[in-house]
Design a binder for this molecule. Structure first.
Ligand code: FAD
Length: 443
């Protein structure tokens, strides 16, 4: 008899995990509080409209045979275009190799492709089913009625009801941190001639220490921009509450934006800002004595700030890792869940830190000459020694090196670079001292 699974949440990680589980022979039911996103008019509130898909997500989609089907709906992004306040643009390539590109994809298209594939494999989706309670001793969930299974997967996002229910009586460590900045999305439409208004094959960044914008291209030539601002203060969401203030703010801070988004004021004031949260939880799983279990994955286990573009990619990698753990322990579900958490959690904890650091980088440092010089040196060393020297961004976005190993490796490289820089600085200083002594002798 096949094993059963109940997955809570038909978002990106829940629908992909249901595909993996169905391929592994589980009879899968997915419970989702919203309506079917394939039904016209069903609103997908919150969350970004499009996402940057990188290597970890690509590998998972390839594993379940969906990559080739999705590729035509994605837009390659070969690097960042940095917009300076004086209107100058600077292109920073993502990497030195042809395949070191990110792919922009609509969340809706990706989600629908995953749901279609899961249904093709026999997964039973129940729309409009909000889970309100979990009994980890069965395990089962309540969504109106009780749904019991051998495996319950909590893939219900950053504000996971499954996590909250699991935490009851479990001594779960829970860390939740809100950023004091929020975000709003703005559409960069086509121009009057039906052409893209800016390079549609790059990610666009408007850095700034008190506000920043990031824009991803869409397949139709439009771009979706996300403006990140402090919630409070006169130049934050709270203070920018009239058309005049918003118009003056963009003219001052992002002067090239009104030409790209002619109705930027209306769009900006159209909807409230959304918040950004980091979540860390421990443990992620529980097991029963008779070999059943409950596990969290994706944002439910580890929501991160979006500044490394890794939330979905990490969630997809979770699904791939959990699938491998199930393969390694075919007759022992608790052992598979324990292996998953043991292997995975230290790395997603590192990702949370990296995502915070990248907020600072995007905000302040992409304009700093020191940062740009360092980035150039990184890429140059990578070109000269492609195996020995790999920049952190490349390891995170273009490889599947576990996040913790990527960070440890880059720290070793940094020590080496520090040594080289110190040696060079020492040599330069020694040279200067020698010249000044020689100069004194002459004079
Ligand atoms: P979610 O996508 O949140 O899905 C959870 C699902 O569970 C939803 O469908 C929800 O309706 C359902 N649900 C919730 N509660 C219940 C309940 N009680 N009962 C039943 N169903 C329930 N990641 C990237 O990799 N690249 C990017 O470029 C990127 N950009 C981003 C930009 C922004 C502005 C933001 C906010 C995030 C970005 N992310 C990005 C992160 C990415 O959106 C998330 O990591 C990803 O959506 C996580 O997927 P998930 O399935 O775990 O959670």
């Amino acid at each position: 008899m096949s094993r059963t699974a109940v997955v809570v949440g038909a978002g990106l990680s829940g629908s992909l995990m249901s595909v993996y589980l169905a391929r592994r022979g589980f009879a899968v039911r997915v419970l989702e509080r919203r309506g079917d996103p394939r039904t016209p008019g069903v609103r997908e509130e919150g969350r970004s409209i499009n996402l940057g898909l990188s290597q970890r997500g690509i590998v998972a989609l390839r594993e379940v045979g969906l990559l080739d089907r999705l590729k035509p709906a994605t837009v390659p992004m070969r690097g960042r275009v940095v917009h300076a306040p004086d209107g100058t643009l600077r292109f920073q390539p993502y990497g030195t190799e042809e395949d070191q590109v990110l792919h922009s994809v609509l969340r809706h298209d990706l989600n629908v492709a995953l749901i279609d594939e899961a249904e093709r494999l026999g997964v039973d989706f129940r729309w409009g089913h909000r889970v309100t309670a979990v009994d980890r001793t069965v395990p089962s969930v309540i969504a109106g009625e009780e749904h019991a299974a051998d495996l319950v997967v909590g893939a219900d996002g950053a504000f996971s009801a499954v996590r909250a229910q699991l935490a009851r009586g479990l001594r779960m460590d829970l860390h939740q941190e809100y950023l004091e900045w929020g975000y709003r999305e703005l559409l960069i439409p086509l121009d009057d001639g039906g052409k893209p208004r800016t390079d549609p094959y790059a990610l666009h960044v408007w850095p700034g220490d008190d506000g920043l914008i990031v824009a991803h291209p869409n397949a139709d030539g439009t771009l979706t921009a996300t403006i990140f601002l402090p919630f409070e203060g006169p130049a934050g969401f709270a203070g920018l509450d009239t058309p005049e203030r918003v118009r003056a703010f963009f003219a001052d801070r992002f002067p090239d934006v009104p030409a790209l988004i002619p109705d930027v004021v209306e769009q900006f004031l159209d909807h409230p800002p959304a918040s950004l949260v980091t979540i860390r939880a421990s443990p992620w799983h529980t097991a029963t004595d008779d070999g059943r279990g409950t596990v969290l994955l994706g944002d439910a286990a580890h929501a991160v700030y979006p500044f490394y573009g890794q939330g979905m990619n990490a969630a997809f990698e979770d699904c791939s890792v959990l699938d491998r753990c199930l393969a390694a322990h075919p007759d022992d579900l608790p052992a598979a869940l324990a292996a998953f958490e043991r292997f995975r959690r230290p790395h997603t904890d590192v990702l949370a830190e990296l995502s915070k650091r990248n907020f600072v980088e995007l905000r302040d440092r992409v304009r700093s000459p020191l940062f740009l010089a360092r980035r150039k040196a990184d890429l140059l060393l990578h070109r000269w020694f492609p195996r020995a020297w790999v920049p952190l961004y490349t390891l995170v976005s273009h490889t599947t090196t576990p996040y913790g190993e990527a960070l440890a490796r880059v720290r070793r490289q940094d020590r080496l670079l520090g040594g080289v820089t110190a040696a060079l600085t020492g040599a330069v200083l020694a040279g200067l001292a020698h010249r000044s002594r020689a100069g004194r002798k002459v004079s």
